[in-house]
Design a protein around this ligand. Sequence first.
Ligand SMILES: Nc1nc2c(ncn2[C@@H]2O[C@H](COP(=O)(O)OP(=O)(O)OP(=O)(O)O)[C@@H](O)[C@H]2O)c(=O)[nH]1
Length: 680
Amino acid sequence: MSFPFSPPLALPKDFPIPFPPLTQRADEQTKAAKFKFNREAGAIPRQNNHPPAQQIDVGGIEDGHWSATTAVDPHRRVLGLYRALSDPYRFRSSVDMLEELLIFTRGGLILWSSCRALGGAALKGSSPIDALIRSCLLEERSADASFSQDNYALKWTFNNDLGLVFVAVYQRMLHLLYVDDLLAAVRKEFSQIYDPKRTSYDDAYNEIFRQLHLEAEARSEEMKKNKQLTGSRPTRVSTNKITQGGRDASQRSGGAAKKNGDSGKNDSDGDAGKEHRVQENGLRDNSHARAVVVNGKENGDPNDGAFDVNKLHKLRKNKGGKKNDVAVNVAKNTSKTKPEKITKKNRIWDDKPSNKKLDFTDPADERGDEVIDQVVVNQGASMMDKDDVLSSDSDEEEEDEKENGGASQKKKGWFSSMFKRSSVERWSEKPHMVHLSEVKALAAMEEALLRILTPRRSIDILRDVHAAKEHGKPYIIVFVGVNGVGKSTNLAKVAYWLLQHNLSVMLAACDTFRSGAVEQLRTHARRLQIPIFEKGYEKDPAVVAKEAIQEATRNKSDVVLVDTAGRMQDNEPLMRALSKLINLNSPDLVLFVGEALVGNDAVDQLTKFNQKLADLSTVPTARLIDGILLTKFDTIDDKVGAALSMVYISGAPVMFVGCGQSYTDLKKLNVKSIVKTLLM
Ligand SMILES: Nc1nc2c(ncn2[C@@H]2O[C@H](COP(=O)(O)OP(=O)(O)OP(=O)(O)O)[C@@H](O)[C@H]2O)c(=O)[nH]1
């Protein structure tokens, strides 16, 4: 063994050990060093007329993971030294600075951690994994496969079928090349042994992980060497080759690769048939990892993908720029997630104040609650018990759930499954379960939900109405939405609310399409004793709206409420007519009316309305949906997820919530109660 120094005396306790860098695997290196030491410590003295081996003073130094053994002769000269590690694997970790690899469920249950299982040091400061969950995963902003926090870089992957998350943390400056490869291998191996009933894998998985880690490193080293030698560029090859550098994971586990449902939908490590960018030697090129991993965005399961909302927000900001791109993207993404259509039953409402199970709303106005509770909107409707409708709806859902064998659960996004599993696991009394700093995680969830539900733009209608009034203009609100969601009814409620604030209101009957629509609005106008502008049927609604606004300007109405025909988001001629109405009249507020009852269908409708308005706009600055009016909130019990998704996807605030048939049944969304319910 060669020594880079020749100390004259025995080594002091704090003697620094200038080991040359290790290039071999730690255990081999240790063995080799030990062998060499034994040989040299025994042989050198004899060769150099030093005292025989038994007179040699052998001492040791322990320094963290290191231990060094010295052989010192009676003349206090160091004759031999070898370094060793009590745990060679720990040494590898410290050298390569993979700080932690964590496996947890979407409910936040930590199943395995390299720190916990293999005795590494805990991460310093606030956990970067907590930060990842808070700012990325919880908000479904996991479109990227990497994330940075302080000095740490994080990469992750999912097994969506099993609801597992695999996160690797390492020092940002290190640019570890093997992390994606390792994560993919860990996911594959772990998925095979995963058993939902089991909560600890420390014994079962430690050895497998060590092996996978070493293999991934070895492949990475090889890749580096090859790169240096050949200056090779990444080429596209089948991912079947990825495992050629090391032992195929499925071989190791007896080919039971699919046993636990690692179906590879999101398989970033490349199951057969997929192509990823890999190096010529068959290893993944990490510089392209983003293009292949994560959440079904690029190549995976559409059910798990988050909407590409950033572009939509950008469009909203730029008002019209690149609208087609946005529209296409939104369409692409949402069409993947479109749930099955819900066939609505004829619903006939009781005229008693609703007997709500849960009320997530604040009254839109204190005065609004005092009056006209007995005025029933839509008196022509026949009667049926509301609770019947509710129970039959939920029965249907339960049946669907059973029929689909829980498939609908899978269809739910990250949020729903996160919350569902989180609450289930929270209450299961298993003391040996280690939760991901549960209190902190819940607080983070709450914070994230509050952030999502709190609109980025605040719209104060009353303030804006007064501002318009000062300019001698009426404030225009256009109500849009699909058929039968409650546009006219809730338009009348808004009119009532405005009247309560001493504002003069005029209705514009621009549903010139559905027979009876004009008469319906006329009934509301008569009850509320407000003027209505109507031109009958088969007129161009854009022109009717224009004339109504002119009339309102003449008679100094403060607000014009424009009723429009219900239309399906895919009906191009009707969507074109709506776009024309909006572009021609530049309303102050385009209010999307959606039924809370239909859940994600409302999210789809809203997205497609926005998309069509952007696509079909004839003016350079496309007008999109400004706000949301969520109707029939009295019918949804605690299924409030649609509100969350709609705000998140459109960036538009929920301005009102309709929760009954009376004019007073218009409220404001109580964000805090919604969040509380989601976390219950
Ligand atoms: N329970 C409940 N029912 C509502 C609410 N809002 C509207 N409705 C009922 O929903 C039904 C349809 O309401 P409309 O106002 O006619 O719906 P619309 O969107 O104007 O319909 P189209 O003009 O055909 O597109 C009526 O029976 C309303 O009473 C609500 O907040 N809660």
